[in-house]
Write a protein that binds this ligand. Structure first.
Ligand code: ZN
Length: 153
């Protein structure tokens, strides 16, 4: 799709690609409100989960398992919150969403990374909607390096 940001990802977005399978790409999210937050993007332009092919579903199931295992092993996540929302696309007159899925790792203990400490103060509750999402560049680079290494080992 010519006008779709997700079909035409910037080099900056691609710089944080953690993993790719035949139909899906995994990126470290720009928003790190929960350290290690990632996004799974379908490589083809598709509007919703209900339009996935059987092969894409099979791959997604494997990928959810892999990403969840990674966030638990590398960062000590207790669980993951998965969400497929697509709401922002529907602010447009003619919505043309591109399927993507957010994963927010949730933590019952502080996460130590690179000398910083990340605390999930809402643990046991819905993820916060307006939490500070910026982290130091060096922490983003480090979490990217560790997750990418685990996912591609
Ligand atoms: Zn697209």
């Amino acid at each position: 799709m010519i006008n779709c940001d997700w079909c035409n990802l910037s080099d900056e977005a691609r710089r944080f690609q953690l993993y790719e399978s035949k139909s899906w790409s995994v990126f470290l999210s720009d928003e790190q409100d929960y350290i290690g937050r990632c996004i799974l993007v379908l490589k083809r332009h598709c509007h919703s989960l209900s339009e996935l092919t059987t092969d894409e579903w099979d791959e997604l199931r494997d990928l959810i398992g892999k990403v969840e295992a990674c966030l638990k092993a590398v960062l000590g996540a207790a669980l993951c919150n998965w969400s497929c929302l697509m709401n922002s696309f529907y602010k447009e007159q003619a919505p043309d969403p591109h399927l993507h899925i957010h994963v927010r790792p949730r933590y019952d203990k502080p996460v130590a990374l690179n000398g910083s400490t990340y605390i999930d103060r809402e643990f046991g509750h819905h993820y916060a909607l307006h939490k500070r999402a910026e982290i130091p560049v060096k922490d983003k680079e480090e979490v990217f390096r560790q997750l990418k290494e685990w996912l591609n080992r």
